[in-house]
Design a protein around this ligand. Structure first.
Ligand code: IPD
Ligand code: CA
Length: 271
């Protein structure tokens, strides 16, 4: 395929799925073998990477490029290569690294394919749960092949809302301040620890809404498409598009209520 050619979304989805399953098996085996330790830190001493994050990204990249050598690739662990095909893969080989490190269950593999300026397909695999979330633009979202939909009609006061926190202390101070204002207004808050799974949780009704400041493209690409294809509105604040600055996802009625609550709190600022 060359840039501008029609996108075969079914083929991309199949390849994303096999790559995610390959990485999931590697990560599960790594956990079973034990001895997972921090290999390096990134934005702060608590922003960690393990050897398994890197091994999973290497396996995903090799798998994708073996099938489609002309595609571009952007991965959390450093892959950033252009490709002439017009398709670019956006990969988080292990979203929820801290959960993985502590042997908590909420970690995932997130793989999306972009073309023509939009995410075309996305998969999020939760290996421990054995669950695969998937979406293809315009074709809806599924969990293990079964169509999923976000929950509509939930009033703010009844909403279970997921969020996450950055790794830097100054940003967390603002996030704590925002949380203090949000918590009394909603049913409860969840901090699951994998942004990709948070977005999928909105998609299948396990969360009513989700917001977070400061995600990276690989945290967001697959999960945002899955949530959107499940009927959620995925955006930024006050009509802005979703971005690394801020992401809000919920059914459109709750999205509006959360937006109204969040905008005056300026949750996209830094201390
Ligand atoms: C993190 C997780 C977490 C979110 C952070 C992300 P990582 O990704 O998605 O839930 O709150 O903003 O950086 O570091 O585990 O790949
Ligand atoms: Ca991540």
């Amino acid at each position: 395929m060359t840039a501008g050619a029609p996108v075969d979304r079914a083929a991309l989805l199949e390849l994303a799925t096999s790559a995610a399953r390959l990485a999931g098996a590697i990560l599960l085996e790594g956990r079973r073998a034990g001895g997972i330790t921090v290999a390096a830190t990134k934005s702060s001493p608590t922003d960690v990477v393990t050897a398994m994050d890197r091994a999973a990204e290497r396996a995903i990249a090799a798998h994708l490029l073996a099938a489609r050598p002309d595609d571009g690739l952007l991965g959390e662990e450093g892959d950033d290569r252009p490709g002439p095909s017009g398709v670019r893969w956006v990969i988080d080989p292990l979203d929820g690294t801290v959960n993985y490190l502590y042997d908590l269950p909420g970690w995932s593999v997130s793989i999306a394919a972009e073309a023509a300026g939009q995410t075309q397909v996305g998969v999020v695999l939760a290996p421990l749960a054995g669950e695969l979330f998937a979406a293809s633009r315009g074709d809806g979202a599924t969990l293990d092949g079964v169509p999923i939909h976000c929950t509509a009609g939930v009033p703010l006061a009844q909403a279970l809302v997921g969020t996450g926190f950055g790794y830097r202390s100054a940003r967390r101070a603002v996030q704590a301040e925002v949380l203090q204002a949000v918590l009394p207004q909603v049913r409860d808050i969840r901090r699951l620890g994998s942004a990709a799974l948070d977005l999928c949780a909105v998609a299948c009704g396990r969360l009513d809404g989700y917001y977070e400041r400061g995600l990276k493209p690989w945290d967001l690409a697959a999960g945002a498409l899955i949530a959107e294809e499940a009927g959620a509105q995925v955006g930024g604040l006050a009509g802005a598009p979703p971005s690394t600055a801020f992401v809000l996802a919920a059914a459109p009625d709750l999205f509006a209520a959360l937006d109204q609550l969040l905008v005056p709190l300026r949750p996209d600022r830094d201390a």
